[in-house]
Write a protein that binds this ligand. Sequence first.
Ligand code: FES
Length: 152
Amino acid sequence: MDRRTFLGWVGVGTLASSLPLIIIACSNSENNGIKASTQLKQNATAATTDDFHMIGIASELDINGFLLNEDLAGKPVMVFRHPETKELIALNPQCPHQKCNVEIASNKKLLICPCHDSHFTFDGEVVKPPAKEPLDVYKVKQEEYLILVKVS
Ligand code: FES
């Protein structure tokens, strides 16, 4: 047997012997995904029982910088972390002036309406018109990896 043939048989043997481990590893990751998905649904269902509604998960919030749901139990809701304290903040992002969604300012010190430049504190208070009314602020909490908002 020459060297090339020998190495070929060794390669086939190695692949054949590791195939069962690869199949088990793949089936376990599928099961873990199903278990995680089921657990997420169970937690979300449990979380909505005390008037708090799941808007997303903490890792999504940290990656995107905010969570936005235009219809969370009938209200538009934005959640973000205070840039300095990292405290969770939930509010209705619709500007009271003409309903544009406010955004976190690039200096991370307030919220700005892109339509007519109203400014708001992170507590929803107006600091620059034309908006005259504050943004509605909601209770928000984190339970494990779920971000939950009470919109009433
Ligand atoms: S819609 Fe926000 S300032 Fe006009």
